[in-house]
Write a protein that binds this ligand. Structure first.
Ligand SMILES: Cc1cc2nc3c(=O)[nH]c(=O)nc-3n(C[C@H](O)[C@H](O)[C@H](O)COP(=O)(O)OP(=O)(O)OC[C@H]3O[C@@H](n4cnc5c(N)ncnc54)[C@H](O)[C@@H]3O)c2cc1C
Length: 342
């Protein structure tokens, strides 16, 4: 891992796309890396640099990771007083930096922290914010297109911030794929000192305790078996676990299924749940409502099973099988078990 001058030529006012570095629970929560990866794509279009902003204590590891995953520049403030994530302190720091450096775009993961942090930052910088985006693009005139569910999730709105800067968005974890690391990459690393006049935080963190893991990490699963209302009942739905186990995958669910108590909320896929990116997705008895498919953007190959060949899910699938979902599931499990035994 090297740090040093990047080959990118700097202009008088180089455009910069900032990604806020949220490294908590790093090995599960990859949203910062996913945003850096998307920022690299966007930066190519608008000729900008990608800048990761990282605050904390002992942040060298994250500087290295963000560089390896695509950042051209890293702005780092490393100080013991920044050990715990603090909305007040982190806001004050990033606001000050943004005022000094005038980034064109700031992207923040729509984590619990990001959802609290980003709107406050937007307010302080007197700019707009699109929350919980499920896509980002660049319009022909160079503006950031922030694609976000709207009107109760019935439509996807394309939002641009014409007059104010920076253009800001929070993005759901799992929306984009991270770029594989390359520890040969270099970045300009600026290690900045903690400003002296930081406002005293009104919050004192006494202790951190990690919440118990509930088992589902469907955002990172390579095979997902997803079930909807067409599974008919809880017992039929439970059999999806067996298929997932045989395929070394995980189980996802639609909202009615979660509401019915057939699956827990961690399995929810879609606008109100997880964004998934499996290599193969099996979709059993799912109609394909936009709020559900909003979470499938990165699925590589979709096999849909539905008794209605006209269902939207059947139309967007790579392979569509018109059949009873439970019958097909049972047959598939039987056949796979037979092959494993052979
Ligand atoms: C603000 C908002 C946010 C939402 N967020 C989400 C979200 O994050 N995720 C989500 O999933 N939904 C979400 N929804 C709900 C979404 O609009 C749909 O209602 C939901 O996705 C439908 O789930 P489903 O496909 O399981 O059920 P249905 O739409 O009822 O579809 C059932 C399907 O099963 C098929 N079927 C029936 N019987 C069989 C059988 N025996 N064999 C095979 N196929 C069969 C039917 O033909 C049908 O296509 C949200 C809604 C709102 C308003």
């Amino acid at each position: 891992m090297k740090t040093g001058k990047n080959k990118r030529t700097m202009k008088n006012k180089q455009k910069s796309i900032w990604v806020f570095g949220d490294y908590r629970n790093y090995y599960q929560n990859r949203v910062t890396l996913q945003l850096i990866s998307k920022a690299v794509d966007l930066a190519r279009v608008v000729d900008a640099e990608v800048c990761a902003v990282v605050f904390g204590h002992n942040v060298e590891e994250w500087i290295m990771e963000y560089t390896a995953h695509g950042a051209d520049r890293v702005l780092a403030i490393d100080h013991p007083s920044l050990t715990s994530y603090s909305t007040e302190n982190y806001l004050a720091l990033i606001e000050k930096l943004a005022r000094q450096r005038d980034p064109d775009i700031i992207l923040i993961g729509a984590t619990d922290f990001g959802r609290e942090f980003a709107p406050r930052l937007a307010k302080r910088l007197k700019t707009g914010l699109s929350a919980d985006c499920v896509g980002l693009d660049i319009a022909p005139e160079g503006l950031l297109v922030q694609i976000a569910p709207s009107f109760g999730g019935h439509m996807l709105a394309e939002i641009v911030t014409e007059k104010h800067r920076p253009q800001m968005a929070t993005v759901r974890p799992g929306t984009f794929k991270e770029i594989p690391h390359n520890y040969e990459r270099t970045a300009i690393v600026e290690r900045l000192s903690l400003p002296a006049n930081l406002p005293a935080s009104r919050v004192r963190v006494v202790e951190y305790e990690r919440a118990a893991q509930k088992g589902h990490t469907i955002e990172n699963a390579m095979v997902i078996v997803c079930g909807g209302r067409g599974m008919g009942n809880k017992n039929n739905f439970k059999k999806l676990n067996e298929l997932a186990r045989l395929l070394n995958g995980d189980v996802g669910a639609t909202r009615p299924v979660v509401y019915a108590g057939w699956a827990d909320h961690d399995a929810l896929v879609g606008q109100a749940g997880k964004h998934i990116k499996p290599k193969i997705l099996f979709s059993f008895g799912i109609s394909g409502a936009i709020q559900h498919t909003a979470g499938l953007g990165e699925a590589n190959f979709i096999v849909a099973i539905n008794k209605n060949p006209q269902a939207t899910m059947m139309k967007i699938a790579d392979v569509a099988i018109a059949a009873d979902a439970s019958d097909l599931l049972n047959n598939l499990i039987k056949e796979l078990k037979k092959r494993i035994r052979e």
